[in-house]
Design a binder for this molecule. Sequence first.
Ligand code: HEM
Length: 456
Amino acid sequence: MDAHALGLPVPPMPPPAARPPSFLRLVLGGRGDLLSLFPAEAYRRQVMSFRLPGRLVLVLNHPEVVREVFVGRHDTYQRKSRFMERALAPVIGDSLFINHGAVWAERRAVIGPELHPAKLERFHPLFLRAAEELAEDLARAAPGPVELSAALAAATARVVMLALFGERGARRADAAALAGAFAAYQAAAENLDLFHLLGLPAWLPSPQGRAARRAAQAIRGLIARLLAATPPGAGAPLLEAVRAARRPDGAPLLAGEALVDEVAMLLLAGSETAANALTWTLYLLAAHPEAERRVREELAALPAAPGADTLAPLVFTRAVLQEAMRLYPPVAVLSRQALGPDRIRRWSVRPGDTVLCVPWLLHRHAMWWEHPHAFLPERFLPEAARRQPKFTYMPFGLGPRVCAGAAFGMAEMQVFLAVLLRRLAFSVPEGFAPRPFCRLTLRAAGGMPLRVAPRR
Ligand code: HEM
């Protein structure tokens, strides 16, 4: 039976499109969002195909096919789609997030180990610090409503800035300016027609308007200034590790613009995603008091300053975070272009064709999830989670290009929830329902204004 009919909680989602995506609708629907392109049948299909001029687009929507292509044939599908390359390059240059091949491998080998779970402990004081500063600001703004997406984006940018530049080099005002410039960049990039997302013919004019260029320059200018003010040896360990990486001939691997690229990438990849996930989590908890009560119960047992070794008992809290990222995956679409000829099921793939894995669809697929659109955090409690088929849940991506900061992000989000929920109560203003919206990342269109009140 339908989740609504059973009285299960079904949080907001866009109504399915009446028909499957077509080239014309993609172009005409340029102002719409990606999520509302999918018809109801997309939540049941295994592979979908459609054509853009000169290009096949495949949406892989079956865990086995996703595994075969994104993991098994990584070499052929490791390159990001043209849209991703073009949309992100003005901000993050040719950093590891959008590079592929030898350059990607070389940079991943430098940054991956620095974010490894074994090194997480050193970031915990930063999570706590930024979360407490945010709680302080929100308490001052109470009684809300406070627009949480922007506040969380600034706080998560603050974490990565502290991780890179240390106490002396990372000022709060810079983190807020950076988060604002990232938001301005995304807003300007939103003027793109949707077909760009699926692979833009190279002869079309650049999608970046003047506003996007200005925002990108502001981001890179700020980062260049921070780097100049933090001479080698004066940064935090993450920045120093990136600076210390050497080529076989002893020359620095990342210097000048390449260093700005990598730092901008870490700030973007590490802040926007965690902020979006936390924003949706706080909304879902505010809208579901029983889940909130269970989270508060777990958090009450934590020490005042929860360290890295105290988070293990937060089993339900993690289940809520995972369910929030299932319903609203911050990176809702993983897009690649084929580097060589291939065959996927009955389709012949040519170099340059676009292949998508859409966590938004897989996470809500009728075949793999019971009541897929309902908020049921219990499905991520350990026993139930073990029964869930592999490659049906991928908020952090999959295969060799899986998120390098997944453990960092999970720990950071738990610390933020612990600090914020202990000090504050969040509620949904009457009549407000967020509208999920996705171009580059999945956010609430118009923001997430929740009421905030201090807890007694
Ligand atoms: C809730 C938090 C986060 C989510 C949901 C998330 C999600 C993702 C996803 C889905 C990808 C793969 C994209 C693709 O395959 O196209 C990715 C890549 C990446 N993420 Fe995260 N991320 C999060 C937090 C972080 C943090 C905190 C950092 C760093 C401090 C980070 C650094 C990276 C990097 C460096 C990559 C590129 C990996 C590669 O291409 O080899 N992420 N992330």
